[in-house]
Design a protein around this ligand. Sequence first.
Ligand code: NAD
Ligand code: WQD
Length: 343
Amino acid sequence: MTVLITGGAGYIGSHCCVAFQQAGYDIVVLDNLSNASSASLERIAAITGQKIAHEIADIRDQARLEQILRDYNCTAVVHFAGLKAVGESTKLPLVYYENNVVGTHRLLSAMANCGVRQMIFSSSATVYGEPQFLPLTEDHPTSAVNPYGRTKLVIEDMLRDVAASDPAWRFGILRYFNPVGAHHSGQIGENPLGIPNNLMPFITQVADGRREKLSVFGNDYDTRDGTGVRDYIHVTDLVEGHLRAHEVLASGSAPSNCFAVNLGTGNGYSVLEMVKAFERASNKEIRFSFAPRRDGDVAECYANTDQAEKLLDWKAEHDLDAMCRDTWNWVCKNPRGYETTAS
Ligand code: NAD
Ligand code: WQD
């Protein structure tokens, strides 16, 4: 009775490993380390005090997947593995389709051959495209504005088709809003390689002096202060949502064998509010200047969380100050990510 966690060495996956181990599950991590360090696996073990079974492998390698599913007697999969950089996906669409779509197809095929029929899938609020109304409910129309988002939509459709083909399958599609924060121990966190694309890692690198200032993309949106509004969610809350989804799927209590649920807080914060919150948490000035809007950005995006509360009996608990405090704690303890740890 083991849960396979693909992408378990990555940012969200590593936090999920901690949550599942601490909840008493046996887990095995599968990761090709294309965007992660094996040091995260050692840190997970340090937090939980348990050994962590792991396989350096690729989700596109179906034969290896089948061997792992059988060797560990897996009964369910939590599927994080994938590429996630929106800008890169517009330059390398085929790489994204192969890694994300073909990879998930091979994973599902391996599961089918091994009789493993339960999966939680990391989807994204990006599948809602330009919001037609807010807050976003799960029945909001979906559309993709970039290849990354399209891979998530294709995978969601693939899961719905597979679920419809055989009621034995059980899928939980979790649509994340903007995950931020880190484990409160400061042992694991987000470790972006190169120049960060996302707001929170960029702010942290301004705070610790690695970058001179933040470019705020657009100050003429129709929002409280003109800057973009997003639903930031603490990664610890996010992975608790996975634990609940796993329990609901395993108990067979879900209303259908394939459900999609938003994981957000329901609160939207602007870029400037994020800057202020991070200044409070870090006691550092975050220098910024306004820059043109970024292509493909929407003004506002935040979740309706009713479905998550109803179906999963789950609600995010950490506020914005906790998200910033835990991010800063992680950065201070690991000034260069997993490569260096502050003494
Ligand atoms: P991450 O890059 O830190 O983690 C992904 C992990 O998957 C990495 O450890 C990487 O090495 C591994 N991986 C990639 N391709 C692989 C392959 N072919 N075989 C095996 N391992 C592979 O990213 P994350 O932020 O932890 O995101 C996890 C999932 O959540 C992704 O599917 C992402 O699209 C989704 N998601 C993330 C966000 C976000 O803002 N972080 C938002 C919505 C959805
Ligand atoms: C947040 C806000 C920016 C950087 C992305 C993906 C999405 C999902 C989560 C995976 C926006 C502004 C940002 C900067 C800024 N990922 N910003 N200066 O765009 O909501 O979502 O990550 O599924 O698919 O698109 O998150 O953190 O990039 O931006 O002003 O240097 O911060 O314009 O308003 P986004 P983000």
